[in-house]
Design a protein around this ligand. Structure first.
Ligand SMILES: [Zn+2]
Length: 96
C-alpha cells in the first residue's frame, strides 16, 4: 500500500467511526423526542394487525435503530406465541 492509500484508508476509518457516533447520538435524541414503542403496539406489530402504511413504516423505522425496543419486540413475540400456544392447547381439550 502506498502512502496515499494508507492515508485514505485512515480517513475512511475515522469517518466511519464518526458516522457511528452520529448515528448513536441521533438515536438518543430521537428516543427522547418520540419515546419508545409501547407494549400494545409491539404486540399488534408482531400479530401483523398494523395495516396502516405510515404507522407500519414508523414502527419499522424505530426498530431499525432502537435496541431496547428490538429486545422488547422479541419479548412481546415470545409472550404472544406462548399465549397463542396455550389457547390452542386449551381449545384441543375443551369440551366446547
Ligand atoms: Zn425504542
Amino acid at each position: 500500500m502506498d502512502v496515499k492509500t494508507k492515508l485514505l484508508a485512515g480517513t475512511i476509518r475515522q469517518l466511519r467511526a464518526r458516522r457511528e457516533r452520529v448515528v448513536r447520538l441521533i438515536a438518543k435524541i430521537h428516543a427522547k423526542i418520540h419515546g419508545h414503542i409501547d407494549d400494545h403496539d409491539l404486540e399488534r406489530y408482531h400479530l401483523g394487525v398494523v395495516k396502516e402504511e405510515a404507522e407500519l413504516a414508523a414502527l419499522e423505522e424505530h426498530l431499525l435503530w432502537c435496541g431496547p425496543c428490538v429486545d422488547r419486540t422479541e419479548a412481546a413475540s415470545q409472550y404472544v406465541d406462548t399465549v397463542r400456544a396455550a389457547a390452542c392447547d386449551r381449545a384441543e381439550y375443551s369440551p366446547w
